[in-house]
Design a protein around this ligand. Sequence first.
Ligand SMILES: [Zn+2]
Length: 255
Amino acid sequence: MFQVKPPTRLQSLTATWLGHDVVFTFDATSETWYALAGVSLETTSGSYSLELNGETPSAKDPTRETTFSRKFLVGKGKYPKIQAKLSVESKFTEPSPEQQKQIEEGQQIKKDYLNRVTPDREWSGSFAAPAHAAISDVFGSERIFNGKTSSPHLGLDFRVPSGTPVAAMNDGTVLLARPMFFEGNFVVINHGQGLLTLYLHLSEFKVKEGDPVKRGQIIGLSGGTGRATGPHLHVAVRWQGTYLDPASLLRLRLP
Ligand SMILES: [Zn+2]
């Protein structure tokens, strides 16, 4: 979370960060502008600047702009390597031509939906855990599937039995609620400004695409559908096309 306390009153505050547009919201209680942003796992370590652009209220000049730049260091994160061998059905590692077709359709759906950025912020306040359960796998860990190392784990796993209610992490609109090859029964909530939360391997849907949802609302029941080694809840966070660590988002105390 970026927090900005400008010396003058602003009408609006926007920024660019790693090529993304960031829109700030004013919190009157703390007189601070705040916005959520992230860094992808692929970002090279280094110094990156946040380029701020504020508009000051003025009756005479229609556009009085103030700019400010601030550099932030991005360092290398440490993520666990999980040596335990997990086994999944061979259709997930050696798919048939028909399954390959389903995989490609799924990739297209994800390309179409998961990079969406809608301008209005639908979330407010802190994000809440989707289930009250132990964490069985963290973000960024590398796992081995049937002897082959897979790409880093881009979500957070909760150890829950099948049929456990799964709650929306914040307010938003249901963007996807449909079965997919790898994800199983898959729900995606759009919280606005490019922030999405994803809920995988569900046994049952409790919402449909287009439904507005509130934080804590039950959106489905957990399960083990799709590429899962057993029943669990995998949740992921996307921000403007980049996977972020859900645990980091859940730790933030937001206005
Ligand atoms: Zn997972």
